[in-house]
Design a protein around this ligand. Structure first.
Ligand code: NAD
Length: 308
């Protein structure tokens, strides 16, 4: 995988007393630029790329997330469509919808927007998406490939975190990393990817006793819980790298991460802001997964493309 960004382009720490920012917006823009090149190359070979997003019910946040995904697709030349099913759609109807998208030759990526209404079992529904079109990387075949360290499509958030760390030349080999959170979407695949990159990984979760102990000794902290202020800044080891995946909204309406940013910044070497850190990387990684799925389905190698 090529080097993503010129070091000069990165806004690194300007003073030794404050961490540099891991700028997700900047790196995501570069990922999108490279995805766009791949889309053009595929188009040159006679293939357009299309993502289908299935949304069930009327969760307002989901509607916004799907709009963002469609806007992101449009910006890089990927066609997209939303299939919206009512809140009371039966499980069979959801399966039928996914099956018809699996069968459509013009559809490269199929994504089921989460969360689903309570009567729809997410794991069973996700398992019915063709693994080759599962651009979220949540299908058991793709998660299994991840365990085998052989995956092409990886869950977008941890993939985005890895891209961000690579862009800033963070050396992961031999590093003590702590991942806080063990969801299928973030924590567990994140731990796999960091292990693959030769970090020594501890996974903490809501039943962990003595979280502070694990955070204090970590050279890399990835926090993914959604519990605002879970990690006070003074837990951060001097010179550590901090990636804050968590998002919650404070009473003032502002978005917050899991880590106390201001205090952590005075101790860390590099840190992600919230917003503007992991969020843009997640969105850009979905686009990467979509072009990778499109190329693989058509037997086209992307090995020579700079990043994707
Ligand atoms: P989840 O609810 O599925 O998992 C949360 C995890 O946090 C669980 O494993 C739980 O054990 C752990 N946890 C909860 N309280 C804890 C505590 N007090 N101490 C230690 N661990 C604790 O959530 P998720 O889908 O993994 O998302 C996690 C957070 O990341 C949420 O805030 C979500 O909004 C955010 N998120 C952000 C992005 C992004 O692009 N920035 C993408 C996905 C998720």
């Amino acid at each position: 995988m090529g080097k993503l960004l010129d070091r000069q382009a990165l806004r690194l720490a300007t003073s030794s007393s404050e961490a540099g920012i891991l700028d997700g917006r900047l790196v995501a823009a570069e990922v999108r630029r490279q995805v766009q090149l791949v889309v053009s190359r595929l188009r040159g070979l006679g293939h357009s790329v299309r993502l289908s997003v299935v949304r069930v019910g009327d969760d307002p946040a989901s509607a916004i997330y799907v709009r963002h995904k469609q806007r992101d697709c449009a910006a890089v030349g990927i066609a997209s469509e939303e299939v919206h099913l009512p809140d009371d759609a039966t499980f069979e109807r959801v399966l039928d919808t996914l099956a018809s998208l699996n069968d459509r030759d013009d559809v490269d990526g199929v994504l089921l927007q989460l969360p689903l209404p309570a009567h729809i079992d997410p794991q069973r529904a996700i398992s019915s998406i063709a693994a080759a079109k599962d651009v979220d990387g949540f299908h058991p075949d793709n998660l299994g490939q991840l365990m085998a360290w052989a995956s092409a499509v990886e869950p977008a958030t941890p993939r985005g975190v890895m891209t961000l760390l690579r862009a800033y030349d963070v050396e992961l080999s031999g590093l003590d990393a702590v991942v806080i959170g063990r969801s299928m979407i973030v924590g567990r695949p994140m731990a796999q990817m960091l292990t693959r990159a030769n970090a020594t990984v501890t996974v903490c979760h809501r039943h962990t006793t003595g979280l502070e102990h694990y955070v204090r000794r970590a050279g890399l902290v990835v926090a993914a819980t959604g519990v605002s202020g879970l990690v006070p800044g003074d837990w951060i080891r001097e010179g550590a790298v901090v990636v804050d995946v968590g998002i919650s909204r404070g009473q003032d309406g502002k978005l917050r991460g899991d880590v106390d940013f201001a205090d952590a910044r005075s101790r860390a070497r590099l840190i992600t802001p919230v917003p503007g850190g992991v969020g843009p990387m997640t969105r850009a990684s979905l686009l990467e997964n979509t072009v990778v799925a499109a190329a693989r389905r058509r037997g086209i190698s992307l090995r020579h493309d700079a990043h994707v």
